[in-house]
Design a protein around this ligand. Structure first.
Ligand code: EPS
Length: 386
């Protein structure tokens, strides 16, 4: 079965985050150092909180890789939590450390806290927040790094930038996408508009001073994808649907757009659809569809945007109810970030990479990079002459 599948495990203040990836072919060049670059990016960005000063996330590759190449067997990834040493007793798996007096009983609005404790019949909100925390995205970024390494074997590149924070929007210069990625990499907000970056940082400073938080919008682009990934024949094979699910699965994401997205609803059809031409293969002069038509890639760059709500842990706490007494209280303040939109960009790239890797393996199959390459080349040749 050719499918890129993975599971993650681990609590925010437990010893480590783990993932197992199944379905990787052999022959993918994979070094921890390249995955670590994305882990470091995820920790950056203006507006992060105290936790990022404690952690220095790196990945251990514990199976499925030998001498810098995948073997075709499951790949195990581990990202250790440095903060674990401050939580040895509070997060101990051993029964003799139980201390109910430290239970968190004031669920925070906007988090999984309340529905989580009710659903799992728990009386300590910590048992929910430890797993629902966005700390889990560290290991998903590591999985995404592996997916990016697989895609790189076939010339597929993924990147992006932040387009909006707290209502400040970016005007991206008219430059090739990969140049914009380089600009974004140099910016503390991962955006390619220095003027907007300064305004975003001021907005974050103001929110921090007010004990508040800010959300925003990230845009991810995928270049070099052959047409024909995904399918129109069934709802769960449509690639745009699967990418939307992957993006919505990121903590705090509340909306997803493909191509011009909601803007398409406001324009007449003549200003939405991308006309077809032929220059050594089929192509388009515009890309309003964001590279996907009928649930399939059409060979143009894939363009996706995801909207992140402001992190719901506020230093200016919101009203909640104590679960022991039902009395109104100000919700418990856990340590938090003022803005994590730049980090969300890195996570968005990761989940998109995973979904594209999955769709690529589905279409082109193969147990080795060599076999998949042959399959892609044959298909590309076939459609070029169609
Ligand atoms: C995060 C780790 C968390 C938070 C943040 C993201 O660490 P801690 O809870 O120890 O402060 O900084 O998570 C949230 C704000 C959240 O609501 O889940 C990380 O590693 O990115």
């Amino acid at each position: 079965m050719s499918q890129f599948r993975y599971l993650t495990a681990g609590e925010s203040h437990g010893p480590q985050l783990s993932a197992i990836i199944e379905g990787l072919p052999s022959g993918v060049r994979l070094l921890a150092d390249s995955v670590n670059l994305d882990l470091a990016r995820r920790q950056q960005g203006y507006g992060r909180g105290g936790r990022m000063k404690i952690e220095k996330d790196t990945v251990d590759l514990l199976s499925g890789v030998r001498w810098g190449e995948t073997l075709g067997s499951p790949v195990t990834l581990v990202v250790k939590n440095r903060d674990w040493e401050n939580w040895l007793e509070k997060m101990s798996p051993l029964s003799e450390h139980r201390d109910d007096s430290s239970a968190v009983t004031r669920p925070r609005p906007g988090h999984a806290d309340l529905s989580g404790v009710l659903k799992y019949h728990l009386d300590d909100v910590r048992n929910v927040l430890e797993r629902s925390s966005a700390r889990e995205t560290a290991v998903r970024v590591a999985v995404g790094g592996v997916a990016k390494a697989l895609l790189a074997e076939f010339g597929i590149r993924i990147g992006g930038f932040v387009t909006e924070v707290g209502g400040v929007t970016v005007s991206a210069p008219q430059e090739p996408i990969e140049q914009l990625w380089l600009r974004a990499a140099e910016s503390e907000m991962f955006c390619c508009d220095p003027l907007a970056e300064e305004k975003m940082k001021s907005a974050i400073d103001a929110a921090r001073d007010a004990g508040d938080t800010l959300g925003g919008v990230v845009e991810v682009q995928v270049l070099g994808v052959p047409s024909g990934l995904g399918s129109y024949v069934h709802w769960d094979r449509k690639l745009d649907a699967r990418l939307a699910m992957a993006l919505m699965s990121i903590q705090a994401i509340k909306g997803v757009e493909v191509g011009i997205g909601f803007e398409a609803a406001r324009r007449p059809g003549s200003r939405v659809h991308d006309e077809i031409s032929y220059k050594e293969g089929y192509c388009r002069d515009t890309n309003n569809a964001g590279g996907i038509e009928g649930g399939m890639t059409n060979g143009e760059p894939i363009i996706l945007r995801a909207a992140m709500k402001p992190i719901p842990t506020l230093y200016k706490p919101l009203r909640s109810v104590d679960m022991r007494t039902h009395e109104v209280f100000e919700a418990t303040v856990e340590r938090s970030d003022t803005c994590a939109v730049p980090a969300a960009l890195v996570v968005a790239e990761a989940v998109v990479a995973i979904e594209i890797a999955n769709a690529l393996l589905e279409k082109f199959g193969g147990d080795s990079v060599t076999e998949i390459k042959r399959n892609i080349e044959g298909y590309v040749e076939q459609i070029r002459n169609a």
